[in-house]
Unconditional design. Structure first.
Length: 279
């Protein structure tokens, strides 16, 4: 029997990705999120450019905000050997940065290369993951493979369904390798409910990302919607996720040219209302 989906009661599980409020500095996010009662942040590496990550960590700790994950590593797939080697180095650096930030999770956009087959890219992704895994094991850093919508299968990720991500996780068989379930990428998939449950059985559901799908979508990357603004059955999907026993954060991740132009204080208020009302 299915459990009923409780409405969102408070903000204790609300996390926002730094890219969502891109116009703000990371320091300003710490202040604004604390004041609004947001309890977590996922930090995109771009937001740390020219910053001392240890100082940023302390700032969020002082504000009582947990750093839920670091975004992002991956991009393992390339026809060019040197590009693949650079990606490995970059992922090792990402693990070191996660250690300094005292977060135990890195989100991986795994990569693809249009000059080679998706199967070949997937093989390189597996090799890349296995290559960085010992370094992740040294520090107990978890790696979340994020399956991306198939419209990104040319250059961003050859992992496009939750089934593929689960298969990869199952093959690697490490408790540190799991999945980030992002509704924007996966909402259309007829297997989604079954695969979310399978992901839970694998103990691999590491992260849950929220936004909405707008119609028409005017930009393939930067036109995500606020929750409730589009056609994604957010509450239904959250129900499936919670049925697995997932107790992690609900992470708001919205890339949007439209919202980046808006007053960010007003936007943050709208994010919080949309989270309460539509998730
Ligand atoms: Zn995501």
């Amino acid at each position: 029997m299915k459990t009923s989906i409780e409405p969102i009661a408070d903000l204790s599980r609300l996390c926002i990705h730094s890219i969502t409020n891109k116009p703000w500095s990371i320091e300003l996010m710490a202040e604004k999120y604390a004041r609004a009662g947001v309890s977590g942040i996922t930090i995109w590496r771009e937001a740390l450019a020219d910053r001392d990550p240890a100082q940023i960590r302390r700032r969020f700790q002082q504000h009582g905000i947990s750093i839920v994950s670091l975004c992002r590593g991956g991009f393992f797939a390339s026809a060019d050997h040197e590009v693949r080697q650079r990606a490995i180095q970059d992922n090792l650096l990402a693990i070191d940065m996660a250690v300094t930030l005292e977060t135990d999770l890195i989100v991986l956009v795994c990569g693809a290369d249009p000059v080679q087959s998706l199967e070949k890219s997937r093989m390189q992704i597996m090799i890349g993951l296995e290559t960085i895994l010992p370094h992740a094991e040294t520090y107990g850093i978890r790696l979340a493979v994020e399956p991306l919508h198939p419209m990104y299968a040319d250059v961003r990720s050859a992992i496009n369904t939750l089934r593929q991500a689960n298969d990869l996780v199952e093959t690697i068989g490490s408790p540190l390798v799991g999945v980030a379930v992002d509704v924007y990428h996966l909402w259309w998939d007829p297997d989604l409910e079954d695969q979310i449950h399978r992901c839970g059985e694998l103990d691999a559901l590491f992260a849950f990302h929220l936004s909405d799908w707008k119609t028409p979508t005017t930009d393939l990357l930067n036109d995500r919607g606020l929750m409730g603004e589009g056609c994604i059955p957010l509450r239904t999907i959250r129900g499936w996720v919670e049925e697995t026993g997932f107790t992690g954060h609900h992470e708001i991740e919205i890339f949007s040219n439209h919202y980046w132009q808006m007053n960010q204080d007003e936007y943050l208020n709208r994010i919080i209302s949309a989270y309460r009302e539509n998730c």
